[in-house]
Design a protein around this ligand. Structure first.
Ligand code: HEC
Ligand code: HEC
Ligand code: HEC
Ligand code: HEC
Ligand code: HEC
Ligand code: HEC
Ligand code: HEC
Ligand code: HEC
Length: 222
């Protein structure tokens, strides 16, 4: 028996195929796939040539290119601009290589999918918060790609009702495992040391009420 072969396409899509004696058909499919994958790998990828820094200097507000953010209700919505949007300022007859490293294979942004289960941009428009409060540093970004997305701490200034039932599911999906990696089998014994070393390390996820069933009164020293 040969080992199962694991083919990786673009990181997320995977295909498994067992190559046994009775599996000629599968083997052929596999070979074809290998050919497709390797021919794709040879084709030079297109990268969009784009600088947020340069465009913030020309004072293009975020909404010139990300107008959909105003009405977006889901994190899966595509908020990235199409070529048409650029043509509002750039001549469409310009050399394609102004913006594409390889115009023959143009298209397909690398998007930051699966970041958070729930997030409605449209409900976060207020004087208290601007695009850059959450997307810090993006105005200095020289190249396309990368990830300027907010941390959980940055949501805390407004979302802080830790005692609310199912609080975590305001933003996370029910099926997600939210137990941090350091909460291993010895956590019931070991958590005190961590909390003592960094007093604020628990309050991101736990209200004091969650400590009280085991720690009498409002003190953590038993
Ligand atoms: C609001 C108008 C505006 C929009 C919309 C716009 N640009 Fe620009 N862009 C400019 C200006 C102004 C410059 C600076 C030109 C200069 O200094 O030569 C520039 C410069 C550039 C440059 C650098 C050119 C060089 O000579 O180095 C690139 C690349 C570029 N833009 C790509 C894009 C892409 C891609 C989009 C769409 C996602 C886009 N731009 C949308 C106004 C705009
Ligand atoms: C001012 C910047 C800019 C210039 C100049 C430009 N493009 Fe684009 N193009 C974009 C952006 C932004 C996208 C959307 C990015 C994506 O889908 O990856 C895009 C997407 C594309 C796509 C795929 C998606 C679609 O809309 O069809 C093709 C094909 C394409 N461009 C071809 C060209 C060709 C050919 C030229 C030269 C005639 C050209 N582009 C010039 C910015 C530009
Ligand atoms: C309260 C924080 C917050 C504010 C304010 C905010 N965003 Fe976001 N933004 C996020 C989060 C979280 C994501 C990641 C969503 C996901 O993909 O899971 C995101 C993703 C994005 C993306 C990438 C989307 C994609 O298609 O890959 C763009 C573009 C964006 N925001 C633009 C904006 C603009 C423009 C504004 C201002 C009008 C803005 N954001 C205001 C939190 C915020
Ligand atoms: C002139 C067009 C333009 C303007 C203005 C612009 N963006 Fe973008 N933005 C893009 C393009 C093109 C991409 C995809 C390529 C890339 O990642 O840079 C993008 C990607 C993003 C992303 C996802 C990638 C990441 O780094 O997380 C976020 C978030 C974002 N923009 C936020 C903003 C914010 C906030 C502003 C205002 C300060 C802004 N953008 C202004 C064109 C623009
Ligand atoms: C400046 C304050 C503020 C910040 C910061 C903030 N939010 Fe919000 N968020 C709100 C308000 C206010 C609402 C309720 C809006 C409404 O009821 O229409 C809301 C609603 C939501 C909802 C919808 C909840 C529901 O009941 O349907 C989600 C999901 C959410 N926010 C996620 C986030 C995430 C993720 C972050 C951090 C990246 C964040 N928020 C940061 C103020 C904020
Ligand atoms: C207001 C929205 C919001 C609420 C409520 C929320 N989170 Fe988060 N959480 C986020 C954001 C934004 C991130 C950053 C996503 C990332 O880094 O992939 C995050 C990341 C995390 C991560 C790290 C994920 C990773 O793979 O690195 C864990 C664990 C987590 N949250 C647990 C919780 C727990 C437990 C609760 C409830 C006590 C909770 N969260 C409530 C917005 C929220
Ligand atoms: C399931 C019961 C339980 C919960 C809930 C719990 N603890 Fe504990 N905690 C313990 C036990 C048992 C010890 C003693 C471990 C040992 O020394 O063997 C302890 C020890 C500690 C210590 C060390 C103090 C000392 O005197 O040794 C600190 C600090 C502490 N916990 C903080 C917290 C905080 C903060 C929370 C809430 C986020 C919390 N605990 C929730 C059971 C719990
Ligand atoms: C990123 C979020 C996050 C942080 C930060 C965090 N916890 Fe937790 N903790 C959880 C989740 C999720 C659970 C599981 C809750 C459940 O199963 O109901 C948990 C469970 C616990 C339990 C229950 C014990 C057990 O074995 O079930 C204790 C005690 C605890 N945490 C203490 C702490 C202490 C002390 C800190 C700070 C040093 C801390 N946690 C930091 C998310 C977090």
């Amino acid at each position: 028996m040969k080992k199962p072969v694991v083919l990786r396409r673009s990181g997320s899509q995977r295909m498994r195929a067992g190559a046994g004696q009775t599996m000629k058909k599968k083997l052929i499919v596999l070979i074809v796939l290998v050919c497709i994958v390797s021919s794709r790998a040879q084709a030079p990828m297109d990268t969009l040539i784009f600088s947020h820094r340069l465009h913030s200097e020309v004072e293009a507000g975020c909404s010139v290119c990300h107008a959909q953010a105003d009405s977006s209700l889901q994190p899966s919505d595509n908020l990235l601009p199409e070529m048409e949007t650029c043509c509002g300022c750039h001549d469409r007859e310009t050399a394609c290589t102004l913006c594409h490293s390889n115009p023959d294979h143009a298209g397909g942004y690398a998007r930051s999918l699966r970041y958070i289960a729930r997030f409605p941009h449209s409900r976060h428009r207020s004087e208290k918060i601007t695009c850059v409060s959450c997307h810090q540093g993006i105005e200095t970004k020289e190249k396309s790609g990368g990830r300027h997305l907010p941390s959980m701490e940055s949501c805390r200034q407004c979302h802080q009702d830790l005692e609310k039932p199912d609080f975590c599911c305001d933003c996370h999906a029910k099926v997600e495992n939210l137990r941090p990696a350091d909460h291993g089998p010895d956590w019931r014994k070991g958590h005190g040391m961590i909390q003592t070393a960094d007093k604020d390390s628990c309050s991101l996820c736990h209200g004091v009420n969650q400590c009280l069933p085991c720690h009498q009164q409002n003190r953590l020293d038993h």
